[in-house]
Design a binder for this molecule. Sequence first.
Ligand code: SF4
Ligand code: F3S
Length: 108
Amino acid sequence: TFVVTEACIQCKYTDCVTVCPMDCFLEGPNFLVINPDECIDCSICVPECPVGAIVADTDLAPAQMHFLELNRDLSRNRQWTRISHAKAPLPEHEKWAGVTDKLGLLQR
Ligand code: SF4
Ligand code: F3S
């Protein structure tokens, strides 16, 4: 499966969702996740993300490993809804795009 990682937090550009043939993205307040049970590993979403947030589970950096479970957990969160059409990125996306260590800001 492919995994949405930390770079997405507080940016949420949503370019990724428009290309997914499985519509397997789910949206929360300031992050998206991929439902790992639905992703078919086509990889076409990867180059769409302006901040490189989408990574194959097999290529996750050690510090981002836990995002696999996080994507799975949040896919099952009933507050998170399917998203398949792009929308405007979050208002302060430019400010947050280069910031690492944003996990503490994740809103569920
Ligand atoms: Fe969707 Fe393909 Fe990306 Fe998986 S790899 S989330 S199926 S676009
Ligand atoms: Fe997030 Fe990148 Fe998609 S910032 S919403 S994974 S385009």
